[in-house]
Design a protein around this ligand. Structure first.
Ligand SMILES: Cc1cc2nc3c(=O)[nH]c(=O)nc-3n(C[C@H](O)[C@H](O)[C@H](O)COP(=O)(O)OP(=O)(O)OC[C@H]3O[C@@H](n4cnc5c(N)ncnc54)[C@H](O)[C@@H]3O)c2cc1C
Length: 273
């Protein structure tokens, strides 16, 4: 087994300098690194001593330090707003010990198909702050789609909007402690005035494209009465395909996702799912 070199930077500039060349792997919770194994990795930069731990909820903004664990996000955002979509999505993810380790930064950087974090972040227009080869603030989709943003740069913070919403998150799993085959996340303005959909946003994660905002469906429903759902054929607004997975065929997963989404929209509309 090859020797691993560990680095323990004490400040962000030192950490950014270390990761810049792209030949050293940042280590946050370590859950993805352990899973993939250390083949091909010679050096690791431990991020635990860096000031990236706090979560700030300020008026219309939430800022999450990259080293915050899923458990901390659930606790801190839940204290301000128990129904927050991040609470709904993360509280059932993985298992308690894992939620204590998995970090926001490591989770965005790793972006597994079963991520419970990416859907909510997409709907909250999240941005990531990078330091290293790239410096600055980038939209989450840009970070996920542009490979060159990821190599040699550290995520230091995740920034997003904070506004009242109803948040729902569906995980397609076979058992409670299982990797989801896909997730569907929906947020909407609370108790739509006069029974109207407002600020409805929908994201699917784990599909062939990895993630997809259902903007056509959002447009078709926003500003419309809840009763509009009765006459809407969601199949026409669901341009999402899934690969075959252990959970079932791609065709089955597509059907399961549509059924879950219909249930969630009915719940938003105040009906029973
Ligand atoms: C059994 C199991 C079940 C799981 N189930 C779920 C689940 O249901 N839902 C869910 O959402 N997740 C789940 N996860 C977690 C997920 O699979 C990843 O392991 C996790 O998101 C990685 O986060 P981490 O903090 O441990 O990152 P690490 O393992 O530390 O790092 C992951 C990758 O990102 C890089 N990296 C780390 N930090 C940064 C940073 N700040 N900036 C840039 N790059 C960085 C690393 O070099 C590495 O390539 C599960 C994990 C396991 C092991």
């Amino acid at each position: 087994m090859e020797q691993l070199n560990w680095y323990y930077p004490e400040n962000l500039n030192e950490a950014a300098r270390l990761v810049k060349d792209g030949d050293k792997a940042p280590h946050s919770g370590g859950t993805a690194l352990i899973r993939r194994g250390f083949r091909g990795i010679r050096s690791i930069v431990d991020l635990s001593r860096l000031p990236m731990n706090g979560i700030e909820v300020q008026g219309e903004k939430i800022e999450i330090g990259a080293m915050c664990s899923y458990s901390e996000i659930i606790h801190e955002t839940g204290a301000v707003f128990p129904g927050h979509v991040l609470v709904q999505s993360l509280k059932n993810s993985a298992s308690t010990p894992l939620r204590n380790r998995i970090t926001a930064g490591g989770s965005v950087a790793a972006f597994p198909a079963w991520s419970d974090l990416i859907g909510p972040l997409l709907l909250l227009n999240a941005k990531v702050e990078l330091m290293g080869r790239e410096n600055g603030i980038f939209s989450l989709p840009e970070y996920l789609l542009r490979r060159e943003l990821r190599a040699g740069s550290l995520i230091t913070r995740i920034l997003m909007k904070n506004y009242p919403h109803i948040g729902l998150h569906y995980r397609e799993t076979r058992t409670q402690v299982d990797y989801p085959a896909f997730t569907v996340t929906v947020i909407a303005a609370p108790a739509g005035r006069n029974g109207v959909f407002q600020n409805l946003r929908i994201a699917v994660v784990g599909n062939r494209e990895r993630f997809r905002r259902l903007t056509e469906l959002e447009t078709a429903l926003n500003g419309k009465l809840f009763s509009h759902l009765d006459n809407l054929n969601i199949d026409n607004y669901f341009p999402v395909e899934f690969p075959d997975r252990k959970h079932g065929s791609g065709e089955y997963l597509k059907h399961a996702a549509e059924v879950a989404l219909k249930d969630m929209l009915n719940l938003i509309a105040g009906g029973k799912s």
